[in-house]
Design a protein around this ligand. Structure first.
Ligand SMILES: Cc1cc2nc3c(=O)[nH]c(=O)nc-3n(C[C@H](O)[C@H](O)[C@H](O)COP(=O)(O)OP(=O)(O)OC[C@H]3O[C@@H](n4cnc5c(N)ncnc54)[C@H](O)[C@@H]3O)c2cc1C
Length: 420
């Protein structure tokens, strides 16, 4: 993968006023900016870091392709030659359950990518700058006013700025800028979990057609592990569990990371010779929720909204979907149309989130793995599950989308009946 230059706007040209101010240049922020810019609005992205910057979350879902395409960003990503992702392999001891996006209930994309996020996010950012969106790196939003005129206080290399806008989109991810500043943060309904992850070399990847397949491995001591092969010879590896899991081994995070992985036979077979590219990083208590997704003059998108859990790689998909929806509604509102934000944004977004929530809850109760690894698979049910795991979580003709929790229980009963 070739290095790419960073295209950024000159801080001297920081504007005083735009139509839409966007906080954060992750996938949510850049895709929202692309859609609004193409509709003729003056947008501006304010980003705290300088790019490329590391963020975790390399596995995309097929639904991302529709959304990148609609934002006019697909060709820029295609040019980066990332590994193609056609599904995911779930592994539990000697059992395997392969999800192939080609076998779907909902018509849609059958593939996507596994992306090194530093490069992927820079690719999207460069593409929107090339199109004419001002993007200011090294500028941090420190305060917000939503009424009567929305505005942001921004600290940058050339000092303090006030940026007035007709609408603010908060795409600040884990920064959770507006939830923090406006007191919208709410505790997640999910128990606190911890992840320990790193990039590694010398992963003994399997040979053949499934060589680059993402693996999700159940660990016998109550964790799960992701292995995401990337096109530059690096594999992203992470453990996720309740914090007590990591107390099973003594030592530093690196010693715990190695010991925990090498205790699971499938991981040991691949990672016995692994060399860490960077020391394992820990994230804990990342699940988050908010009391409202939007309000007068502002909308939250991506991880600044609700973040559930990494297990089904839903983060970037929800980031792109919320940004897509928000950008179209902001466009309508700025044109003077009435928008029912609660219904058209909040309720819509939560329908997809609730589908993933049922799957996440089912994963940790063990009910979803029971369905997934069931020896007698019903093809129709399998296709419905695959569409959810491909990110098509707004297709209400899929029973897992229409009534996620109920369908999960119903299918569990079928599986138990069939398997005696
Ligand atoms: C352990 C773990 C594993 C994960 N694995 C996956 C996966 O495999 N696939 C997947 O799809 N998702 C995954 N995710 C989720 C994924 O990381 C996020 O959902 C995704 O990055 C959200 O994108 P975003 O655009 O909302 O925010 P981000 O990509 O986080 O971007 C937000 C940007 O806002 C900037 N910012 C923050 N504060 C400020 C401020 N005050 N002023 C200006 N800028 C600011 C930040 O610097 C950042 O660049 C995982 C999450 C965890 C915790």
């Amino acid at each position: 993968m070739t290095q790419q230059p960073v295209r950024a706007s000159n801080p001297e040209n920081f504007p005083a006023e735009v139509d839409v101010a966007i906080i954060g240049a992750g996938p949510a922020g850049t895709s929202a900016a692309a859609l609004l810019h193409d509709r003729g609005w003056r947008t501006c992205i304010v980003e705290r870091e300088t790019f490329p910057r590391f963020v975790i979350g390399e596995s995309l879902l097929a639904r991302c392709m529709d959304l990148l395409d609609e934002a006019g960003l697909l060709d820029a990503v295609k040019a980066r030659d990332y590994f193609v992702k056609r599904g995911a392999l779930f592994v539990r001891g000697g059992e395997q359950a392969d999800i192939d996006f080609a076998d779907q209930f909902t018509p849609g994309w059958t593939w996507t990518w596994q992306v090194p996020r530093a490069d992927f996010d820079l690719t999207l950012a460069n593409a929107v700058v090339d199109r004419g969106v001002p993007l200011f790196y090294g500028h941090e939003v420190t305060a917000v006013t939503t009424a009567p005129t929305p505005s942001l206080r921004v600290h940058g290399p050339s000092g303090e700025h006030t940026l007035r806008a007709r609408h603010i989109i908060d795409a600040s991810g884990y920064g959770r800028v507006l939830p923090r500043l406006l007191g919208l943060d709410r505790p997640s309904s999910l128990p606190e979990r911890k992840s320990l992850f790193a990039h590694v070399r010398h992963d003994a990847r399997p040979e053949g057609a499934l060589a680059n397949r993402i693996w999700v491995v159940l660990h016998p001591k109550g964790a799960w592990v992701w292995l995401i092969p990337l096109s530059d010879g690096i594999t992203s590896v992470g453990l996720v569990a309740e914090p007590s899991f990591f107390a099973n081994w003594p030592g530093t995070d690196e010693e715990i990371f190695r010991a925990a992985l090498l205790e699971e036979p499938n991981c040991r077979a691949r990672l016995a010779d692994m060399e860490l590219v960077f020391a394992p990083r820990a994230l804990q208590g990342y699940s988050a929720a908010v009391s409202q997704l939007c309000g007068p003059g502002f909308t939250l998108v991506g991880n600044a909204t609700e973040f559930l859990d990494p297990v089904f790689s839903s983060g970037v998909t929800l980031a792109l979907e919320s940004a897509n929806r928000a950008a179209k509604l902001v466009d309508r509102e700025l044109r003077g149309e009435r928008v029912d934000w609660a219904q058209e944004y909040g309720a819509y977004l939560m329908r997809g989130v609730e589908t993933f929530r049922a799957f996440v809850l089912g994963w940790y109760t063990g009910e979803f793995p029971e369905i997934l690894f069931s020896p007698n698979q019903n093809q129709a049910i399998r296709e419905q599950i695959t569409s959810v795991l491909a990110g098509y979580v707004w297709d209400e003709s899929n029973p897992f989308v229409k009534q996620p929790a109920r369908r999960m229980k119903q299918v569990l009963r079928i599986v138990r009946h069939v398997n005696g």
